[in-house]
Design a protein. Sequence first.
Length: 211
Amino acid sequence: MCASSCFFVSGWGVIVVVCLLLFVVVVAGTIGARNVKWVNSIRLSSEEAESTWQRGVQYKGFSPNVKKFDKSIDPSTRHSVQEMPVQSAITLFDEEVEEGETEVEISGYAWSGGGRSIARVDITTDGGSTWSTATLGKGHEQRVGRAWGWTLWTATVQVPKGTNVGDSFQVACKAVDSSYNQQPEKVDTVWNLRGILNNSWHTVNIKCVGE
């Protein structure tokens, strides 16, 4: 796409990009499958589109007990995924900490679907027994219901007592959104055959090394 040939029209959380007479509809706060490319026409309907991608198994969350898609599975009885669950990730951290250091700085992002803003991000180094709260940065000013972008965060993590040279410790983050939805601890609890909607805690390992 050529930027000089594009313009943007936005409203009600919907952005239409018009470029070289081709339309791209970006529906803010919803999954990418709803952001349609190369739109030829727009039709308002009270029913879901009849496309296999919309009415089939592709973007529907199934119970962990569903191990295969056969005739016993009726996709029409399942809700289609429209909004992503709350999620976060640690994106910047030192993979090593020197012996004697007591703190390490980490940072990352958090986001939730449907325009829900981020209420807080919690950090743990002991599997959830104790927590600290990250400082929210750019993005936290987004209005509830219209928080379409990431919320960045930073945190100072205490190195667990008793960490010796050669030891590693795990840091995990979980976000809480404005509706107080929060991330589950393990992927096992949200596993599904399609492999979608995994928003379990994000974890990284940090190793203690000698000076």
